[in-house]
Ligand binder design. Sequence first.
Ligand code: NAP
Ligand code: GCO
Length: 266
Amino acid sequence: MFSFSLAGKNAWITGASYGIGFNIAKAFAAAGIDNIIFNDINQDLVNRGLAAYKEAGIENVHGYVCDVTDENAVKTLVEKIHAEVGPIHILVNNAGIIKRIPMHEMKRAEFQQVIDIDLVGPFICSSAVLPEMMERRAGKIINICSMMSELGRETVSAYAAAKGGLKMLTRNICSEYGEYNIQCNGIGPGYIATPQTAPLRERQADGSRHPFDSFIVAKTPAGRWLEPEELGGPAVFLASSASDAVNGHVLYVDGGILAYIGKQPK
Ligand code: NAP
Ligand code: GCO
């Protein structure tokens, strides 16, 4: 019998001091998770995250400084989590950045940095937790993909390449480790109101909406940006036994953007 409960489980959510990762953690807490583990790239962010979780009434939280692109640091963190918290039943590869630069102007190092954080990072973190999941013959890995796992647009070549790769990494982990009762799925958020998209929603000097803001509203059937809280339910589903037969799937939580040609101009 399936359950949406996460009682008895520990979840490591990368980059979850705020934004989507923080809201997924809140949803996990509401679903009864035993321990939330998160990392961020500096102590200030970790402290900010710990304070935010405390303010949200979530006490069973453990924050660590770790850059997901640093293989040795990730391996050390997993050992520390095992010693201080316990097993990792659920991994959410959430940490990510975007650079919005026309491709012909983007430097190789800028392209590489996005690939390293958004694609190599999930590879490193997943590789670090797979051994225990294989031994336990149970585990959940959730990769935070994107509309750009399916679509391209101007200025986000590195991000689209990374998120497209993350979709296929999701499918390959499913393929290679499904026999160990490990489910690896993706969540493909639409356009979510977080710091990452804040530049796309900034009011113009004359007080009008950012052109991209209006564009996304027209591309979303609901006619609005989505809120990070709206990713919580899908994440709980993919983290729980309710999704044990779901593997290699990217669940798009986009308000219908991928299904919609866009609102016709009046
Ligand atoms: P966000 O607000 O920018 O948060 C990203 C988090 O990841 C931040 O805490 C960030 O720390 C952390 N991070 C960045 N690089 C890291 C590294 N090397 N190691 C560890 N942590 C690192 O982004 P978000 O909007 O919540 O997005 C979270 C995930 O959802 C990302 O993978 C993003 O691509 C994806 N996504 C977002 C949207 C959207 O519309 N917002 C839609 C689809 C997918 P810093 O503060 O130091 O950068
Ligand atoms: C952008 C946005 C998007 C969102 C998200 C969409 O510049 O187009 O940042 O990439 O972050 O990935 O799913």
